[in-house]
Design a protein around this ligand. Structure first.
Ligand SMILES: [Zn+2]
Length: 197
């Protein structure tokens, strides 16, 4: 089998927007445009963000809203939801883009682990295809990459919106609406995904 050398990461995508000032995983969920931020789904404690330096189109990350650097520092509800939201992300990927396989995991610690943001934990969910170094040019025009991610966003967002991912049958949609009353971003346009834990 021929192996094609490709760098692991596509160059950081330059986009026409204000640069993030501070921790992007804290700042992006506070913005009022999930589409622009590439936040594809939200739970109560975690959200799903498309990576803007993707290994493949559809490379997503499950991220807690809390700025937490240690996996064990997440509280139980957030940790359970983190796992559920990862499972939902896998389902959405299957439905939307049908990868041959998926890599999922965390880079913990400093840059030696391969991560670029080491003080706000996040779980990578990376769709893989046979021979996927050819799936998209690894070095290409920025515009092409942005458009590829935008298209993937639409597909994934739609897939999330059709998932049935309520995990606690004891709570109704009305209960969830009440939870929304805490004012945590109700005015945002959200993906139609709300975990109930
Ligand atoms: Zn943060």
């Amino acid at each position: 089998m021929d192996r094609i050398y490709a760098p692991w990461r596509i160059e950081w995508v330059e986009r026409d927007e204000d640069p993030v000032d501070g921790c992007p995983f804290c700042v992006l969920p506070e913005r009022d445009d999930d589409v622009e931020s590439w936040i594809v789904a939200r739970g109560d404690h975690n959200f799903v963000l498309l990576n803007n330096a993707p290994y493949n189109p559809g490379h997503a990350m499950v991220i807690p809203y809390d700025h937490v650097g240690e996996w064990g520092d997440l509280d139980d509800e957030a940790m359970l939801e983190h796992g559920r939201l990862k499972a939902a992300t896998l389902d959405a990927m299957d439905a939307a883009i049908g990868p041959d396989g998926v890599n999922t995991g965390m880079n913990l610690g400093d840059a030696a682990a391969g991560g670029s943001i080491d003080d706000h934990i996040h779980t990578h969910v990376v769709p893989r295809w046979e021979g996927d170094t050819n799936f998209m040019p690894v070095i290409g025009e920025t515009k092409v990459i942005v458009e590829a991610i935008d298209r993937t966003y639409e597909h994934l967002h739609e897939a999330f919106s059709t998932l049935d991912i309520a995990v606690d049958a004891g709570r109704s949609g009305d209960d969830r609406d009440e939870d929304d009353a805490d004012g945590n971003g109700d005015d945002r346009e959200r993906a139609a995904v709300r975990l109930s834990i």
